[in-house]
Design a binder for this molecule. Sequence first.
Ligand code: DOR
Ligand code: ZN
Length: 344
Amino acid sequence: METQSITIRRPDDWHLHLRDGEMLKAVAPYTARQFARAIIMPNLTPPVTTVAAAVAYRERIQAAAGAHFTPLMTRYLTDQASADELERGHANGAWVAAKLYPAGATTNSASGVIDVRNIYPSLERMQAIGMPLLVHGEVTDPEIDIFDREAVFIDRVLTGLVRDFPGLKIVLEHITTTDAAQFVAGAPATVAATITPQHLHLNRNALFAGGLRPHAYCLPVLKREAHRLAVRAAAVSGSPKFFLGTDSAPHLREAKESGCGCAGIFNAPYALESYLTVFEQEGELDRFEAFASEHGANFYGLPLNEGRIALERAEVEVAEWLPAAGSKLAPFHAGERLRWQLAS
Ligand code: DOR
Ligand code: ZN
């Protein structure tokens, strides 16, 4: 008999873009109805680099998401990042982690880090105070093929970071390759990874299915099928190193369907249903709760959530568009049918 419902500890999203202003108000409720907490990425313009900016942004998120949702803020690392400011914000609860964007790697990363050597003093401090480093793991060298940027980052940058900072907790965000899955699995317990729904469901053919598909474009870009299968195997493996992080990254229709379209997939509306579908397809429903609700909190050293949520068997048609900020957003799985639904 097919499983008809599943009840799990309330999950968390360990990688989320909520934006600001009208967009924030439109997208935050989708996350808050599923997740107790989320790691909020700091790539606004200007980026979140100060305690004051993080605290003010958290208040705007709280107003948009409601009181039962807890935003976990992050600090955007720059070459000039002050180790004292990092420590101060960590000590007073303004942020829980810091994000490394290689300069130019993705949306609003222009102020990112040019050379990791520049942030070694910050990393020393983070290691000392137990503050995790979250990594967008792609090199930006234009000579490197875009499909190889994650693997080359592991060789050129990440291997050295893990060696030089054996006590630093590092999350390799949104992994997309066999190389990343193997590296994380074989690394010390200080190294973990988040996995998005799109990298579990899609390979790079989705970018060109019958024409150019801007809504399937995100960074790191989708990879070939063998990589998708390796990432899926990691997600359902039961290893505590792999956990849920949607990387939901809304861009309005005009910004996606453009001569130079933005990277990002808005997967928040059906995130849990999307992940659960993968665990069901892989015959690993029993491992879903740990991936969604336990591994991330344990890695960050935060308590597990006490509440429970249920997902029920139901045929759900995903909308083509959802209204936002005077325009609309295409949700991940737009126009498809999902076979699970979050119980209200
Ligand atoms: O596709 C992406 N969109 N990847 C990122 O790393 C950033 C994100 C965004 O902020 O739009
Ligand atoms: Zn992201």
